[in-house]
Design a protein around this ligand. Structure first.
Ligand code: SF4
Length: 217
């Protein structure tokens, strides 16, 4: 069966247009994986929302990397001049939850079933936080990465949002040169850009690929 892909950027634009017509500035809980990915999303969405950046990433390995990313995230929020206020909310670093979820899928490559579960773990926490905090919407920066599956992220987010009673703001932030803009902003703010997704399995994959590349030279 030929399943037609939804253009989630266009879907989000419809919502943003509607908000502007209503002259409303809703509260958005924005799950963020790191400062570089959040840079463009903050620049874009702070025109429309009062944002709280939610840092919940129990997948990150090692702990020093986790600390680096969270500090960089807070620093970026302090430095960016944005239209509406942006605040920060740190989640728990529940490593054991990630390893429990990844059991039996450690060997899979980035983009496979482990990653779908990883999206779900992080988005379910964001949905719960959005429900508890009475937010109007929640979403994630993750769709900015060309390596992330935006269709799946939006399906998972929308399903979790329905369950939590908080609408998931669908997105595909890599569209409209979003990814390119995030690299420009990262350079402008001198942000640390990691070269692996985050978990120890993606780190090992990156090391393997580096070695394979070297061996071919
Ligand atoms: S590769 Fe990235 S998305 Fe996949 S499980 Fe690891 S941290 Fe999560």
């Amino acid at each position: 069966m030929n399943v037609q892909k939804i253009n989630y950027q266009k879907e989000m634009e419809k919502i943003l247009d509607e908000l502007q017509r209503e002259e409303r500035v809703p509260r958005l809980l924005l799950h963020s994986c790191c400062a570089p990915c959040s840079s463009y999303v903050l620049e874009y969405l702070s025109e429309y929302f009062d944002i709280t950046v939610f840092y919940y990433n129990p997948n990150i390995y090692p702990e020093s990397e986790y600390e680096k990313r969270i500090e960089e995230q807070q620093e970026l929020i302090r430095r960016m001049e944005l239209k509406h206020p942006v605040s920060f909310l740190g989640g728990a670093y529940e490593k054991e939850r990630f390893y429990e979820m990844a059991k039996g899928m450690e060997h899979l490559r980035e983009g496979g079933a482990r990653c779908m579960k990883c999206y779900e773990l992080r988005l379910s926490e964001a949905a719960e936080e959005a429900r508890k905090g009475g937010y109007d919407y929640f979403t994630t920066t993750l769709s900015i990465s060309p390596l992330k599956n935006a269709q799946k992220l939006n399906e998972i987010g929308s399903r979790l949002g329905e369950k939590a009673g908080v609408p998931y703001l669908v997105s595909d932030f890599k569209k409209k040169n979003g990814y390119k803009r995030s690299t420009e902003l990262s350079a402008e703010y001198g942000l640390y850009r990691q070269d692996y997704c985050g978990c120890e399995f993606s780190m090992a994959q990156r090391e393997r690929e580096k070695k394979e590349k070297e061996a071919k030279k």
